[in-house]
Write a protein that binds this ligand. Structure first.
Ligand code: ADP
Length: 552
């Protein structure tokens, strides 16, 4: 049992210990800086002196300065030497590191691997990646390079430690990037596959729809053709080649015109140019030479533009229908109408004369006078009808000619509306007409047009008694319109109302022949004007025509 130490004894002991500590630190510093070449290490109960065989200050300084950690171990794994870098890597002060067993820094799961590497390192150089424990148990990845050293007292093992943290992080980043890349590549491959499938499916659909189109086109009794956006032909169906006897080479572009009647080419070209310019449907009648007998037969050519998303025309799809027989029938009908109208005109005029003579009789009773007035009214209606039929014949024969003069359209509209107010007393005819609209034309024919538009407005708006007549100048045009709020027209019927003999099916019970608007449109055409309709079913219609203003 040790006796209690006095204060002085304890003080002396502490001083002694401090001196020893100072000596130890000095020794380490001396080794680090190369001032000494030897080291005494406690080994169990004894001390052992270690001397570096080729202790060279240059190398020590070099080892001190390098980024890697460097340690030297004895055969038991005790750290004989460590550079400052290793101590800071491991997070312990250098004096604490010296003399520690290196195994203290090896996590249990790496112990076997480390032993393998160090055993090998004693024999020859070896390398391996291992994690070391820092003071707070944090793990750091290291590359350990082993080499054995010859010391005076025997062999020692030197280890160079390269911190792999940054490298591992970079590797990890690289791995993650790689994963992302792989994922992206996978997606791209999948998309590619899907795209390929879509392309295959689309190609098949395209093939099917082309074959479908070809089959249909070759099996309908109509000539089918397509052109580029400028009107150059690029496709014809079987019927074209059979009808014309031409080959594709002789038909493509505008070579197809060689089988058109020379008299029709100018109008055909004009209509095409207008259609291309306005991007609206092409509609034209022209004669095509039939190869079997060399005869020219009338065809109705129609084409519609095919546009892309931005509205630009990509191609035109057209048809040509042989209307020769129809035309002949029409001609016969026209001839009959002309003859019948003429035949009716003379007896009707004399009937009208006789009725007028009767009307002048002074002895006529009140009732008889009324009958005469009624007969007169009917005869007038008949005359109007016959005149219209004769107009149709004249148009068909291209003989709707008239003289023209410059006159004030405003006055004509006013007087027309005045007459109509007497004729259609139940209707409220509003007028919005600008003064002094001068045009050059035939006032009687233009009056006929306006009267027709107003009488139609009355006829087709039984439930609404409002009618608005407008007349104005806009740019270089005189525009006259008649608006009603009656039954209106579907879009489809609006396209057809100016055709000869067209009547809306539902209106067949109201009187009329379907020729008034046809004659009107021909009269306006002859005046180099335009006629059109805007309408909505059950809301009413606005029929309007425009004429070029007379030049002062
Ligand atoms: P109709 O003698 O049959 O009236 P039109 O050529 O003047 O002949 O008119 C042709 C067809 O257009 C008419 O039958 C009618 O169906 C339709 N129509 C004409 N004007 C109007 C209108 N203002 N409102 C509705 N439909 C109209």
């Amino acid at each position: 049992m040790m006796g209690t130490k006095t204060y002085e004894e304890l003080l002396a002991e502490m001083e002694e210990l401090q001196i020893q500590l100072q000596e130890a630190q000095d020794a380490i510093e001396a080794i680090r800086t190369g001032q000494v070449d030897a080291l005494v290490v406690r080994n169990g109960s004894s001390h052992q002196l270690y001397t570096l065989k080729s202790a060279d200050q240059t190398y020590r300084v070099f080892i001190e300065k390098m980024k890697e950690g460097a340690v030297t171990l004895d055969k038991n794994g005790v750290i004989l030497y460590s550079n400052t870098q290793f101590s800071s890597m491991i997070g312990l002060p250098l004096p604490a590191v010296i003399g520690m067993n290196f195994m203290d820094f090896i996590p249990a799961e790496f112990a076997d691997y480390f032993n393998q590497l160090s055993n090998k390192g004693w024999q020859s150089d070896s390398k391996g990646e291992i994690q070391l424990k820092r003071k707070n148990n944090e793990r750091i990845p290291f590359l350990l390079s082993f080499a054995s050293l010859e010391l005076d007292e025997g062999k020692a093992l030197s280890i160079i430690l390269t911190d792999l943290t940054v490298q591992k992080e970079t590797e990890e980043q690289l791995r993650l990037k790689n994963e992302l890349l792989e994922e992206a590549r996978g997606k791209a491959d999948k998309m590619n596959e899907e795209l390929e499938d879509i392309v295959i499916a689309r190609t098949r659909d395209l093939y099917l729809s082309r074959e479908h189109f070809r089959f249909l086109a070759d099996n309908i009794p109509v000539i089918v053709w397509t052109t580029e956006k400028n009107g150059d032909a690029v496709y014809f169906n079987k019927q074209w080649y059979e009808y014309t006897g031409l080959t594709f080479e002789n038909s493509k572009g505008d070579r197809c015109k060689q089988v058109y009647h020379p008299d029709d080419i100018a109008s055909y070209k004009r209509v095409w140019e207008e259609a291309i310019k306005s991007k609206t449907g092409f509609h034209c009648e022209y004669r095509i030479k039939r190869s079997i007998d060399g005869s020219f037969r009338w065809h109705l050519g129609k084409a519609e533009p095919f546009t892309d998303e931005s509205g630009d025309v990509i191609a035109w799809f057209g048809t040509s229908i042989d209307i020769e027989d129809q035309k002949k029938e029409m001609e016969k009908k026209d001839e009959f109408i002309t003859t019948a109208s003429h035949e009716l005109k003379t007896p009707l005029s004399s009937a009208k004369g006789y009725v007028q003579l009767i009307g002048r009789q002074k002895t006529l009773s009140g009732t008889a006078s009324q009958y005469v007035a009624k007969a007169n009214e009917s005869i007038n209606k008949l005359q109007h009808l016959i005149n219209n039929l004769l107009d149709v014949s004249k148009i068909a024969a291209g003989k709707l000619k008239f003289t023209t003069e410059t006159f004030n359209l405003s006055i004509l509209i006013n007087s027309c509306v005045e007459d109509c107010r007497h004729m259609y007393g139940a209707y409220n005819l509003q007028m919005e007409v600008q003064d002094d609209i001068f045009v050059t034309g035939n006032s009687e024919r233009l009056e006929q047009v306006l009267m027709n538009l107003i009488s139609n407005a009355v006829k087709y708006s039984a439930d609404s008694k409002e009618i608005v007549i407008c007349g104005e100048c806009k740019d270089d045009w005189a525009i006259v319109s008649v608006t009603d709020f009656g039954i209106g027209l579907t879009d489809e019927n609006q396209q057809k109302v100016f055709e000869r003999f067209f009547r809306v099916e539902e209106d067949r019970f109201s009187p009329g022949l379907g020729i008034g608007l046809y004659i009107s449109s021909e009269i306006i055409k002859e005046h180099h004007g335009k006629i059109q309709v805007r309408s909505k079913v059950k809301q009413g219609s606005t029929f309007s025509f425009s004429l070029p203003l007379a030049r002062p």
